[in-house]
Ligand binder design. Structure first.
Ligand code: NI
Length: 160
């Protein structure tokens, strides 16, 4: 396992559409392990493979206090509701943005063993799924901001 460097906003890989994974093998499982370690090291709630320079459709999610999991070739199949959220991204440290996200999201994909899974999510988990799946399409949270004032810089002493 290894902690990998996270690309910063401005790197063109972050704007690419990532490729589908055709076979879930040891290389992909190793990538998932590295992504989970990298996400934990950076205290993130999720990480998408393009963020570490691999434009593949793989995401990992690890909400505080919960077991991290991976989703390969994830797709949102249902979403409903709307709520105001504050969001950040490991590619743009020190900033937060205000936007709307769905209240609930159902996503499908494959787990690290290649098994088809469906994840029904609400609130923070739904938001994280939308955020990470956006990364696979070259979309960043700043694309969802409602106005210029919706992005702000964190100050020393603010909660992370
Ligand atoms: Ni992000």
């Amino acid at each position: 396992m290894a902690i990998l460097p996270i690309l910063r906003f401005g790197n063109p890989i972050l704007r690419q559409k990532s490729k589908r994974v055709s076979s879930i093998d040891g290389t992909i499982q190793e990538l998932i392990d590295d992504m989970i370690e990298t996400m934990r090291d950076a205290s993130g709630a999720g990480l998408a493979a393009p963020q570490i320079g691999k434009p593949l459709r793989v995401i990992v999610i690890g909400l505080p206090g919960e077991e991290p999991f991976a989703l390969i070739n994830p797709q949102i199949v249902k979403k409903s509701g709307e709520r105001d959220v504050v969001e950040g991204c490991l590619c743009l440290p020190g900033y937060r943005g205000e936007m709307k996200r769905a209240v609930s999201v159902t996503a499908k994909g494959r787990d690290r063993h290649g098994k088809e899974v469906r994840v029904k999510a609400e609130k923070l988990l739904a938001q994280t799924l939308e955020h990470e799946i956006d990364h696979l399409n070259g979309v960043l949270y700043i694309d969802h901001l409602q106005g210029e004032d919706s992005l702000y810089k964190l100050h020393q002493g603010d909660p992370p």
